[in-house]
Design a protein around this ligand. Structure first.
Ligand code: PGA
Length: 257
């Protein structure tokens, strides 16, 4: 099944609105023609409005880095999916930094997924194991449990709007990436096979699954050459215009549809 690769830049807590605006104006002409790759940037909440207006007519989509599951109310510091809807097409949830530093639980990831999809948005749901889990051979059962928990109660009809990002925690921001083959194997056995158990083979074959964790131009081709990897969720390298453009170029060349 042909799956359009998706490259998403997760800017984390970087770039003020004016910097984000200047960045996407510089990036757009560099990657505008690679239509066989879906291109996404995820600025901070503060920069979403500026980036969404800068990209209004550009073929680059905007993502938020989180959303609360309620539409509004007494939830200090939160932003709801409904509030994000005018600005974004995607919302990233379940990132390991939110799980580690902000107490994000599987249950909350699931609530957020439900709210995001119900608001008509798409979600990039991040999963991945720690170094300790990796070293003790728990990766596959742990990632499977994260995927199952995140998708609990999500109807099959919504799965076209779901992207899963497999990001081994030990590879994020560390400069140490998994090998392409290893990542592909985990993505196949822990993510795609779990999707098949939950939704059947056709949906499992259609859902896009990204790899994330120290992706850069130098290792992008290795990931893109894998049969089960449909793009990348990129932190550090997505903050550099030339690196971001190079990642999209490689994805387009190796597996663009
Ligand atoms: P990194 O981050 O590319 O800097 O490792 C990836 C991520 O956290 O999504």
């Amino acid at each position: 099944m042909a799956r359009t690769p998706i490259i998403a830049g997760n800017w984390k807590m970087n770039k003020m609105p004016d910097e984000a605006d200047a960045f996407v104006r510089e990036l757009t002409p560099l990657i505008a023609t690679w239509d066989n790759v879906e291109r996404v940037v995820a600025p901070t909440f503060l920069a979403l409005s500026a980036v969404a207006s800068a990209l209004r007519d550009a073929p680059i989509k905007v993502a938020a880095q989180d959303a609360h599951w309620e539409a509004n109310g007494a939830y200090t510091a939160q932003v709801s999916a409904a509030m994000l809807a005018p600005y974004v097409e995607y919302v990233i949830i379940g990132h390991s930094e939110c799980r580690a530093y902000l107490g994000e639980s599987d249950e909350n990831v699931n609530r957020k997924a439900q709210a995001i999809l119900a608001a008509g948005l798409k979600s990039i749901i991040a999963v991945g194991e720690s170094l300790a889990q990796n070293e003790t051979g728990e990766t596959v059962p742990f990632v499977r449990s994260q995927v199952r928990a995140a998708l609990d109660g999500i109807a099959p009809g919504y799965m076209a709007n779901v992207v899963i990002a497999y990001e081994p925690i030990w590879a994020i921001g560390s400069g140490k990436s998994a090998s392409g083959e290893l990542a592909d194997n985990i993505i196949k056995t822990a993510v795609r096979d779990t999707l098949a158990d939950l939704y059947g083979r056709d949906i499992a074959a259609a859902v896009r699954i990204q790899y994330g964790g120290s992706v850069k131009p130098a290792n992008m081709e290795e990931f893109m050459a894998q049969p089960n990897i449909d793009g990348a969720l990129v932190g550090g390298a997505s903050l550099d215009v030339d690196d971001f453009a190079a990642l999209v170029d490689i994805a387009s060349r190796v597996k663009g549809r």
